[in-house]
Design a protein around this ligand. Structure first.
Ligand SMILES: Cc1cc2nc3c(=O)[nH]c(=O)nc-3n(C[C@H](O)[C@H](O)[C@H](O)COP(=O)(O)O)c2cc1C
Length: 164
């Protein structure tokens, strides 16, 4: 049973790919969440942006983890950036379960060149402790693998130094 939980939402697959790569390198459990909303097409895109702007959330579909969330040595939360914010299903997760997360780190994926680092502070509003490590990935960019691997290295070093 892994000590690291990678939990994420992904609409178009970028965050899923990043989280799978990270989970593989950390030998972590990986769980996808979903609120069941239909975000296809132009109206889906608009409603996703509107939900993110308004900070509105919907109940999540049930999901399971191998052990209680507070027992993981590290929980890594992955979200796309929507309108400069975290995706609403991730806000929904953090609103409902964030107080179970004390050792938490963030992976965000984005399409623009701006790193959107204010998203981390928004996510920290819901967690028991402020996050430890973070990375903002732009899929397809030159620095993608470098920043992903630096994040993985930081988490590994922390886990090694706090073994047991
Ligand atoms: C509704 C919506 C709003 C978005 N807003 C931003 C944004 O503010 N900044 C940005 O860099 N990318 C933005 N994007 C692009 C996504 O963050 C980016 O493509 C991300 O990697 C998608 O992740 P996913 O494939 O896991 O869903 C937005 C995408 C959507 C659907």
């Amino acid at each position: 049973m892994s000590d690291v939980l990678c939990i994420y939402y992904s609409f178009s697959g970028n965050t899923r790919r990043a989280m799978k790569e990270i989970a593989q390198q950390l030998d972590a459990e990986i769980v996808a969440i979903d609120d069941g909303a239909d975000r296809n097409g132009f109206s889906g895109f608009m409603s996703a942006g509107r939900d993110a702007m308004r900070r509105s959330t919907a109940p999540l579909k049930p999901f399971t983890t191998d052990k209680p969330i507070e027992e993981y040595k590290m929980v890594i939360v992955g979200s796309p950036v929507w309108a400069g914010r975290c995706a609403s299903p991730i806000r929904g997760l953090l609103k409902r379960r964030g107080l179970e997360m004390s050792r938490v780190s963030y992976v965000i994926t984005r399409s623009g060149t701006r790193r959107c680092e204010s998203v981390y502070d928004q996510m920290d509003l819901y967690t028991k402790e402020k996050h430890m490590f973070e990375v903002s990935l732009q899929p397809g960019s030159v620095g993608y693998a470098f920043w992903r691997d630096k994040f993985v290295g930081d988490v590994k070093q922390y886990l090694e130094e706090n073994n047991g």
